[in-house]
Design a binder for this molecule. Structure first.
Ligand SMILES: [Fe+2]
Length: 192
């Protein structure tokens, strides 16, 4: 279940709003200028489905998003626990650290989650909106919006990414990021 928690920038320990109702989440995010929508995930995909199968399963929705926003580069990223790989904890830590501090992008950051979980933290005005995305969620972070992303200490998700330019994922990081003062994805899930 998707979750939205809104906190004041000046007080990470207090919660202004917390909801798991998709309609409420859509409404509150729209008020903050953020586009959020849900896609039906009943596509008969196997747990180990690869990039091409995933893209094919969501083809009509993906084509509609791409056409309306000139997204030319679409790919799929997958993070799965791999206990048989002795280097997995290190890889997971490195992947998690990459966008765990505040940054912005030159284009919208559009992600659809066919499976798994990850949390976007959107810094808008004097508020932080933590959006825990799960299977079926599409979130679009507008270009220039300061944000960070936490995939948790045990990352497990599949995300379809949409880019206008091939390097659209490159982040411009903010000095003195406040990200570390806020609850992590693991903490938000534990408090759910
Ligand atoms: Fe980002």
């Amino acid at each position: 279940m998707t979750l939205l928690r809104t906190m004041p920038v000046q007080d990470p320990s207090s919660t202004l709003l917390s909801t798991e109702d998709p309609a409420e989440i859509t409404k509150h995010l729209a008020e903050a200028g953020i586009h959020y929508e849900r896609w039906n995930t009943d596509r008969g995909l196997a747990d180990d489905a690869g990039q091409e199968e995933i893209l094919q399963a969501y083809r009509s929705e993906i084509d509609a998003v791409s056409a309306s926003n000139d997204y030319e580069f679409i790919d799929v990223v997958q993070m799965r626990p791999a206990p048989e790989d002795p280097e997995w904890p290190e890889k997971a830590h490195a992947a998690r650290s990459r966008f765990l501090e505040e940054h912005r992008h030159a284009e919208d950051e559009v992600r659809f989650f066919p499976a798994g979980r990850g949390c976007f933290y959107l810094h808008i005005g004097d508020r932080i909106h933590a959006v825990v995305c799960e299977a079926g969620d599409l979130l679009s972070v507008p270009a220039g919006t300061v944000h960070w992303f936490d995939m948790g200490t045990v990352p497990e998700f599949t995300a379809v990414r949409f880019f206008q330019k091939e390097d659209g994922w490159v982040g411009d990081f903010v000095e003195n990021s406040i990200a570390s003062r806020f609850p992590t994805l693991d903490q938000i899930m534990a408090e759910r």
